[in-house]
Design a protein around this ligand. Sequence first.
Ligand SMILES: Cc1cc2nc3c(=O)[nH]c(=O)nc-3n(C[C@H](O)[C@H](O)[C@H](O)COP(=O)(O)OP(=O)(O)OC[C@H]3O[C@@H](n4cnc5c(N)ncnc54)[C@H](O)[C@@H]3O)c2cc1C
Length: 563
Amino acid sequence: MVDFLVLGAGIAGLRAAMTLAEHGRVLVVTKEARWESNTHYAQGGIAVAMGGASDVASHLQDTLDAGDGLVDRAAAEILVREGPERVDELLKWGTHFDRNGETLLRTREGAHSVARILHANGDATGAEIGRALAAVAQSEKNIEFAEWMTACALLMDDQRVVGAELRDAEGRSQHVLSRATLLATGGAGQVFSETTNPAVATGDGLLLALRAGAVLVDMEMYQFHPTALSIPGVPRFLLSEALRGEGAHLVNAAGKRFMERVHPLMELAPRDIVARAMVKESFADGAKQPGKIFLDMRSVRGIQLTERFPGISRFLAEHRLRLDRDRIPVSPAAHYMMGGVKTDLCGRTNVAGLFAAGEVAATGVHGANRLASNSLLEGLVFGARAAKAMAIDSEQLPIPKTREDASSSQQWMAVSNVEANERLEAAIHALRGMMWRCAGLLRDAERMHEGREALKKISEEVCSIQNSASTSRVATEARARIEVSRALLECAIARCESRGAHYRNDFPQKNSTLERIHTHYRADGTVKLECFDAFAEVHRDEENDSKSSIQRMTAGAACGSVS
Ligand SMILES: Cc1cc2nc3c(=O)[nH]c(=O)nc-3n(C[C@H](O)[C@H](O)[C@H](O)COP(=O)(O)OP(=O)(O)OC[C@H]3O[C@@H](n4cnc5c(N)ncnc54)[C@H](O)[C@@H]3O)c2cc1C
């Protein structure tokens, strides 16, 4: 038994753990070594408005504009307003952002109206923040880590989450009871064949949440980063937007820039616009096979590229490429999940005892399209808020009973079986290819219905083999990918318009009646389009009376349905 269980050791989980440690014993669980997470790979930086009220206001406006009519203003205001304090804390805890003397250096990325992005070690911001946070967390006597442990199920007692079932690499099970549990399990890029995300990003938290009765929102809103390295057989290594912020151009196979024709911000237009423009350009003049698109930095002067981008330069050198000498082949890849587990402004889900923060959560800050470098900030701000709410709410709830009284929200046993594992891997390979084809950058009803049928078959195949899959981690990840894919497809089918990251060839325009309308997905596979007041109903600050919070969350009514 611990006081607080934190599933995930990325920026959201670690920041939450720091506050929780003031209130009790905390266990932080991670699927692999504690540094392995999306956070570790974040390159470009963290967006933060440290220049006073007008700076905060312009950060808010950029966030609202990028989110394309789906951002919850109250959530975005919290993000930009509380961001500076959270970043000051990071500095106090020993995070080394890049400086010129005493002055923090700032860069600009897509859809930001000014340079407000702090970075560390050039292009290794996430790794530096993760290092600093992990170091302070390790020094806290109230925080313990459980590495190489997979949360396979949440433990339920009378509709309340009271902990989780964890399995180690050999599949041995352990039930950990807790007064409050935080999902900080990150994103789900691994449902697509083309992704910048590491192997741990399989959307497990979404599966656990759904099975416990939580609601997912905006699952169709998946951000595709325009510039992942595109070399056959090489992982889709991210080439940070900061490269374009420092002057890189996108050019077609003939070496011509094309973003000038597409958007006034050109290469720094919002990510969805740049990514789609790249796909369209690659098929220009009726080409049957896509032509290549390149990132070209050869004419950038005034910065030492290997110093400013040491990590990227090192990775490119392994493939005999140089930023100052070569055009770098790029293509879009799945990068960031805007949707997720629906929470209020303090990380509460609609299930008692269950909280979510970071990429797995949908607070409403990103809407239909995340502003570059806002996600590390979201992990910090809402990780801290969720922790406060966990401390408050757990005071109101009885201590969880012993494990015999807690039932797992999901049951399956797993034994070692090499053949079953190979079949499972083949099914997942098929799923990821299908998702890229049918629910990637350019969608339409026909392809998505095809995807839905293919998913049914893949799901049957996985169900038939999961009981003999090799480890519980593999089985959990397989089910998570299936559930996330289903949610994403169903929400994308339900949203008959193009908005933000969600683009449909058969509905290429925005539908103004869908502004502020969000897809809500439940475990029974149903999707409802409900207005944002459904969020507002459950929004509350921790300063308010906490006693009625759980009842209010459950009662949170939709303000109307449009389909
Ligand atoms: C290549 C890349 C570059 C990026 N660059 C930037 C950037 O410059 N700026 C920016 O703001 N954002 C960036 N992002 C996005 C940002 O990194 C993430 O959105 C953010 O770090 C997510 O943090 P998190 O704490 O929510 O999750 P993560 O950092 O992904 O952590 C998830 C944790 O959950 C654990 N976990 C998952 N499932 C389970 C399970 N079943 N059981 C136990 N543990 C589990 C994992 O092991 C991991 O510890 C980038 C992302 C990528 C992939």
